[in-house]
Design a protein around this ligand. Structure first.
Ligand SMILES: Nc1ncnc2c1ncn2[C@@H]1O[C@H](COP(=O)(O)OP(=O)(O)O)[C@@H](O)[C@H]1O
Ligand SMILES: O=C(O)[C@@H](O)C(=O)COP(=O)(O)O
Length: 422
């Protein structure tokens, strides 16, 4: 089937988040890990390509995203969505703006919009400032993220140094007036040469207005939530047939594992709660450096895998800082990602078929180690976190990739329980 919307996500949890929210409508969504080597043949109306480029050097991120765009164009897509984090995570050099500008150039687009709001998960934008729950972004736990610490809450200020063209704002007062008023505002900003428009949204109803006003832009950008209304709008526009097919969970052995490399505030609570009842092993960068992965593999070999043991590197900001000072930020990140990836592979070899993974970068490393290339979207465990079904080395597996701050305290056990009756 011809692809109606081609999506590019800057990390793997972000991609499953987007795919999950699009799939809520009942349409078929296909998620690919990396740009497929083969040209598109069997495609879904919604195609999401997951990249691992959030913290990559700008040139690399731009090149990968342009390649993804080409693949999606070959799949027939004429509208595109650039998905980044609902907390606008980017490094100081920042890939969000450069990728948007490169995609706009390839598509001949003169304007795009930015809306990372995700009200169900407490992300709201007001007067261009991003809030996480009650706190401005820069006062939220995101200020301590190991790779992308966010120290400014103003999206225009964050974006401006990342782009060459003008940045502007369509604020909540305009959005509250409805889609036509928002379209007029976008046109007025375009007349003033504003190519990059941040749009406020504090509630789901704002997202419906924004999606309605922006759905014909060649390129939309944002978090997952602003894309959620698109399938229904396309059905209404007659460019997409309604379709309520949901992939069924395959038969799966009960052996399961939890792997957490996220240090986000919510993951820290989830690791604590799960660790009360489950067998768990803490990956310490100093121990990894001294002894390698051997002790963790030996521990894995002794576990009852039907009881879903957990490996976690999850730690408090102070502990993370010490490891970063000792090894370097990227180096320690990669050391832990590699360790979790190797453990995931060892678990697969030991018969594990249910994987719960926490952390965006971590998920990228784990899915790569498992050799997963395409996923179907299953039941939603928490807003923005679905189960996915895929194949790893010829075995059917279920995989959930949890974004750092998503889900409630009991997420890990809930995810595994939900899979039982999926
Ligand atoms: N104890 C630790 N010390 C230093 N870095 C860590 C530690 N634990 C995890 N990390 C790294 O922190 C990063 C967390 O990013 P990510 O997996 O994207 O999580 P999130 O989804 O919370 O952003 C990863 O690169 C991971 O390897
Ligand atoms: O939009 C979001 O918040 C998520 O989809 C996302 O991108 C999360 O990234 P990580 O926090 O790195 O998992």
């Amino acid at each position: 089937m011809t692809t109606v919307l081609g999506c590019i996500a800057d990390d793997f949890t972000g991609a499953t988040d987007l795919a999950g929210l699009l799939a809520r409508s009942g349409v078929r969504v296909s998620l690919r890990m990396g740009v497929p080597d083969e040209p598109p043949t069997e495609t879904a109306p919604f195609e999401v390509i997951a990249l691992k480029c959030r913290t990559a050097p700008v040139d690399e991120a731009v090149a990968e995203c342009r390649e993804a765009l080409k693949w999606l164009q070959a799949a027939g897509a004429q509208r595109f969505f650039w998905k980044y984090c609902s907390t606008f995570d980017s490094t100081e050099k920042g890939n969000i703006g450069p990728v948007a500008e490169a995609l706009m150039a390839d598509l001949g687009a003169t304007q795009t919009m930015y809306c990372p709001a995700f009200p169900e998960n407490g992300r709201a934008i007001f007067m261009g400032n991003l809030f996480v729950g009650d706190q401005p972004l820069a006062e939220s736990p995101m200020k301590d993220h190991p790779l992308t610490p966010m120290r400014d809450s103003n999206l225009m200020r964050l974006l401006a140094p990342q782009v060459t063209k003008e940045v502007g704002l369509a604020n909540r007062l305009t959005v509250a007036k409805g889609a036509e008023a928002l379209k007029d505002k976008l046109a007025a900003l375009a007349d003033q040469g504003v190519a990059h428009v941040v749009i406020d949204a504090v509630a789901d109803e704002d997202l419906y207005t924004i999606a309605e006003a922006c759905r014909d832009m060649p390129l939309m950008t944002g978090g997952s939530a602003v894309a959620m209304p698109l399938p229904a709008l396309y059905v209404r526009d007659g460019v997409l047939a309604a379709d309520a097919e949901r992939p069924q969970r395959p038969e799966l052995d009960r052996k399961a594992i939890v792997l957490s490399g996220s240090c986000s505030a919510m993951t820290r609570k989830q690791v604590c709660e799960y660790g009360v009842t489950a067998a768990s092993y803490r990956l310490d960068p100093f121990e990894l450096d001294a002894k390698g992965i051997g002790p963790a593999l030996a521990w894995l070999a002794k576990q009852d895998l039907t009881a879903a043991p957990m490996f976690y590197a999850t730690a408090q900001p102070e502990t993370v800082r010490k490891a970063q000072e000792a090894f370097g930020v990227a180096e320690v990140g990669a050391m832990i990602e590699d360790a979790l990836a190797e453990l995931a592979h060892a678990a697969l070899t030991a018969g594990v078929r249910r994987f719960v993974v926490a952390g965006g970068e971590t998920s990228g490393a784990v899915t790569k180690a498992l050799g997963v290339t395409q996923l179907d979207i299953g039941k939603e465990i928490a807003p923005g976190v679905p189960w996915t079904y895929c194949e790893a080395e010829g075995h059917k597996i279920a995989l959930t990739l949890k974004s750092g701050n998503f889900g409630k305290e009991g997420f890990f056990a809930n995810a595994l329980n939900l899979l039982e009756d999926a």
